[in-house]
Design a protein around this ligand. Structure first.
Ligand code: XMP
Length: 540
């Protein structure tokens, strides 16, 4: 398992237009379409060195300007011999910056430097034992026979001049190679995945011994730098922030409040689709406990009127998203003028907008839309604000660390994700005031029991879904004809994939009993046992 050191985070912040400070040490990952590129960045940040993912087309000149301490070429779905195989700028080899090629990245390095890569006799997928030929340098602290995760069809058959073998596996003679003089390294496996036992040791060797980095990516340094940068960027201008109560917008509010005090205005739009007691709780927390004023906008009727009679999920999402923007514009005019809008953009959004999936045939990037996600950050680009985005370089777990370090309570730091359109997408079909009340009450019971039984941290999300159909039941000798509630309890790392949570029967039993007994309008409770994929976490 990869160990997570205590405080992995960073120096620089982030606005759309400031450049990285010269003292920010970084390792750049050139992304050739591997599903693991982002993971490599996370692993490097865990060593307390900043890392960012850039498109594979980034030129050597651009890299020279950024002056990273090291470059990693990621894996990718292509073979280096494909017609459209993505290439890196060959000038990269002359930058005098250490390079580590991973899988496809290694094969590309070999081919561009005059070696040979061929389709392997045996493709290798899964675990392989690494036999060490040179235990120093990149492989310091990597044990002989250590398991590494392989996933390749091509193999290096002749190393370029100047390279030597550092390790092999039973099927792959050149599994780790190096040109020590030029500080060029290649690994045929994926050190970044958890199945690679000593993968993190290898990554640390590259970062510290080969690239000579120092541990500058720490939470404290990030916060100091972010505050200084916010002050420099916005001066004494006014900033507007749309608060949702989630960890991102709350951390943003804390950070901005620390930086610019009452020049910040937090606005919370209550669209009427929040969980029971949440709007009141949020406003009270911010006003009374954090002393950060919040403009509370009560817009419940507008939203419910908008979605009246609408049953199509995408149409619901679209209408709610539009109405949100309209309310936001009206209210910001009323409270304004503002010069800046604070957005909780995170690093994965930044990578995804630059790089989406790679089509393995053409090497071009493509994206497939499953749902139109909407959240308070989902405002249109043409609003008349300049943006301040201090979380732009952070992964979600890093935002949590920052939030915690500047005083955000655990209640918010560890809050489960909640979708922008809220309960409206957990009522299947038409949303009515009556259905909202039923769902709110059922959802509250799920949350109460999850907390009471100490299961909150075992699940990624736990909530109720209301179906528009009705079924027959019997209560106190009377026939009932009422709605079913579906329990959706999932475990996940990042929301991209998920599995249904195997919670104790006792929990399910209590929740089911309480919902049917306490929530008028419900006479049946069912459990959703679908993973994602093929299901999604939310029902709409
Ligand atoms: P799905 O349903 O796509 O959800 O499997 C994945 C994760 O995203 C959350 N989600 C949203 N979050 N705005 C958000 O901010 C949205 O419109 C939205 N829709 C889904 C969902 O709760 C889960 O954590």
């Amino acid at each position: 398992m990869v160990q997570t050191p205590t405080l992995p985070i960073a120096m620089d912040t982030t606005t759309t237009h400031t450049t990285d400070a010269p003292d920010l040490q970084s390792i750049v990952i050139l992304d050739f379409g591997s599903q693991y590129s982002e993971l490599i960045a996370r692993r490097i940040r865990e060593t307390q060195v900043y890392s960012e993912v850039l498109p594979y087309r980034t030129t050597a000149a651009e890299l020279r300007d950024r002056a990273p301490k090291g470059i990693i070429l990621s894996g990718g779905p292509n073979s280096v011999y494909d017609d459209n195989a993505p290439q890196c700028d060959p000038e990269i080899w002359n930058l005098d910056i250490p390079v580590l090629g991973v899988c496809y990245g290694m094969q590309l390095m070999v081919k561009q430097l005059g070696g040979e890569v061929e389709r392997a006799k045996l493709a290798e997928y899964g675990k392989a034992a690494l036999h060490i030929d040179d235990p120093t340098d990149l492989l310091t602290n990597v044990a002989e026979g250590s398991t590494m995760w392989m996933s390749h069809g091509d193999s290096v058959t002749r190393m370029p001049d100047g390279f030597v073998r550092l390790a092999h596996t039973d099927n792959t003679p050149d599994a780790t190679i190096a040109d020590h003089a030029r500080k060029l390294y290649g690994v045929q496996y994926h050190p970044e995945v958890v199945h690679s036992e000593d993968g993190q040791a290898l990554i640390c060797n590259f970062v510290y011994h080969i690239c000579r980095c120092e541990p500058t990516w720490t939470t404290e340094a990030f916060v100091d730098r972010a505050i200084a940068d916010i002050r420099q960027q916005v001066g004494d201008k006014r900033v507007l922030l749309a608060l949702s109560g989630g960890v991102d917008s709350s951390t943003l509010a804390f950070l901005l409040h620390k930086a610019i005090g009452d020049k910040l205005t937090c606005m919370f739009i209550d669209q009427g689709f929040m969980r029971k007691y949440e709007p009141e709780r949020l406003v009270k927390l911010f006003k009374d406990e954090f002393a950060i004023p919040v403009e509370y906008v009560q817009a419940r009727d507008r939203f419910i009127d908008k979605v009246a009679g609408v049953t199509d999920p995408e149409e619901k999402r679209r209408l709610i998203g539009h109405e949100f923007i309209r309310v936001f514009e009206e209210e910001s005019t009323r409270l304004g003028p503002f010069d800046y809008l604070a957005q909780g953009t995170l690093y994965p959004d930044v990578i995804e907008s630059a790089n989406t999936n790679v089509d393995p045939k053409t090497g071009e990037r493509v994206a497939v839309k499953i749902k139109s996600h909407h959240n308070v950050g989902g405002l249109p680009k043409d609003l008349q604000f300049k943006l301040v985005e201090p979380l732009r370089k952070l992964f979600k777990d890093e935002v949590r660390k920052v939030g915690r370090s500047i005083g955000l309570p655990e209640e918010i730091v560890n809050r489960h994700p909640f979708p922008g359109p809220g309960l409206a997408i957990r009522i299947i079909g038409e949303v009515t005031a009556e259905r909202l009340n039923i769902l709110r009450d059922a959802d509250l019971i799920v949350r109460q029991e999850i907390n009471r039984q100490g299961l909150y941290h075992q699940v990624w999300q736990a909530f109720a879904v209301l179906l528009p159909i009705r079924s027959v039941g019997v209560m106190g000798d009377q026939r009932t004809y009422a709605h079913p509630i579906i329990l959706r309890l999932v475990q996940s790392e990042d929301g991209m994939t998920a599995d249904w949570a195997r919670l104790p029967y006792e929990f399910l039993e209590i929740v089911s009993n309480r919902i049917v007994n306490e929530v008028k309008g419900v006479n049946r409770v069912a459990l959703d046992i679908t993973s994602k994929p093929p299901g999604t976490i939310e029902w709409e």
